[in-house]
Design a protein around this ligand. Structure first.
Ligand SMILES: [Mg+2]
Length: 104
């Protein structure tokens, strides 16, 4: 398993080695997350709900694209994404306690 901090560093190194820092604005990285998420849902468009209807390798790649842009945005915004996810999960646990019915 790869640590999220290592991934964040790898994405930063990839950016810096190409001098792409100037393109990695919060706006464009946010747009890129959304665009890649659209590419992900496109894999399911007009298909049934099952995983068997999609190309798993394409799914894997689009999931990675979303994550890469999130990590890039984390670098630009100087946010520890791992900590942000952990904090949000804790918030969700308070909002949706285990053992209770949340969907009617
Ligand atoms: Mg893509």
């Amino acid at each position: 398993m790869v640590e999220i901090e290592e991934l964040q560093s790898m994405v930063k190194r990839f950016r810096d080695e190409r001098n792409w820092d100037r393109y990695h604005t919060p706006k464009d990285l946010s747009l890129s997350v959304s665009i890649e998420a659209s590419e992900l849902v496109e894999l399911f468009q007009w298909k049934d709900d099952s995983l068997s209807s999609v190309n798993i390798e394409r799914l894997r790649e689009e999931m990675a694209d979303v994550m890469i842009y999130l990590l890039a945005l984390s670098n630009t915004a100087d946010i520890d994404l791992g900590k942000a996810v952990k904090d949000k999960l804790e918030k969700n646990e308070e909002k949706y306690p285990a053992g209770e019915e949340h969907f009617e």
